[in-house]
Design a protein around this ligand. Sequence first.
Ligand code: ACM
Length: 498
Amino acid sequence: MVFPVVPLPASVTEFPGTLALTSASRILAGDASDATASVLREAIAARTGLILEVVIDAASAGDIELVITGAEGEAYDLVVDDRVRISGSAAGVFHGVQTLRQLLSGDGEDWSLPHVSIADAPRFAYRGLMLDVARTFFGVDTIKAFIDRAASMKINHVHLHLTDDQGWRLEILSRPLLTERASATAASGRDGGFYTQDDFREIVDYAASRHIVIVPEIDLPGHTHAIGLAYPEIVEAPVMNEALLAQAAELDQALPVAGEPYTGWGVGHSSVKIHDEATWEFLRDVLGEVAALTPGPLLHIGGDEAHGTEQADFDAFIARVTTLVTDLGKTPVGWHEAGSAPVAPGTIGQYWSSLSPDERVAGITRAFAERGGSVVMSPSDAAYLDQKYDADFPLGLDWAALIDLETAYGWEPTTIVDGLPEAAVLGVEGPLWAETLETPDDIDQLLFPRAAAIAEIGWSQKESRDWESFRARVRAVASVWDAAGWGGHRPAEIDWSN
Ligand code: ACM
């Protein structure tokens, strides 16, 4: 029998026998309004049709008991015998509920859980998925749905790429023109949109109730064409050099024009004015509001693909903006290019180069650790969820690689950058860029099943990772995804017939 859980728990002991789940089973919570208990109740209802009561009571046979202990971190214990007991920190119990959800099996009428004892904890502190809402805008409900999918795989960070050349997606009260003038459009002529500050609060609250930290990204100093629709005085004229002209020709897209929405997806042509104090007033306003809206500790400042910016200017900008973020009480995060700069101590790098970096890229990535920070690994040829599965896949791009499920699963975050201490690898993230996405179903097509590979690399012990086991477990867990109404790709690497 396949053990039907992804990501694989740290320790599993199976015993003979099963526990029947029936409408008489109850969910015992320390607090009847406990969000985790309602998530479990809803998940069981959606899967089985059983509507379980959430009560505060002593457990009896057949019940599911959620016990929040004083423990820290994300570990949990889950025991199924004549009842179910999940214990740990609040986050741990939430993760245990996700495991329980996957352990449940049935024929549509009778539902049961295997007798088992699980002691589980994550390998890495940071397990993330990113959604690019700048190239395609997705509304609050779609973000919540994305959070649900992430939470089911024990992901604990959702990174929102909120701004880019194609649009600005977050209301900034002190800079109202950003959403008035720069949010209506997106890539490929699609409609844009934006989150009001109340929308954003709703997103962070929803995420928190699923033990997920939202990481907002304001991409700087490049990827800023949209800012120029609102505040043209602080952006440079679009840069055009040979590489950028060649890129536009290859993509067969129009060149960016100052003051007009940009709907292509060439990169590297835009920059804010790095030495102009008006830019820094703008950044204090914007990053100050983003920091105030974000309960989580992280604020991502981009830093990628500033191809039109001189190295010294770029480095000066990154040093100053990471210090600004630190002064706002947040830990800055930047794409790995930011490591060329003397970043504020503690800044986290997000590595997005290939599985085999050259020495320069390795060096600037190590620099985050040398300045007291750490690195999140998102190698673009393995972890980028926007890359096609195969050459014929209708969605996604292919500039980094074709990434089938085995490739998405088959990499190790601690050995990519030579000389980066293992302890400096904070975790992993699968970025989902949205140039080619139109609908929530498109998100699912690229997310499932590859996000499960990222989740397992981030959560499970290195020694336990095994492709044959993983693909068998993905096959089993897909029935939970199906029951939740989550679509997704069904790659031929898995036998879906049984
Ligand atoms: C990136 O893909 N430009 C981070």
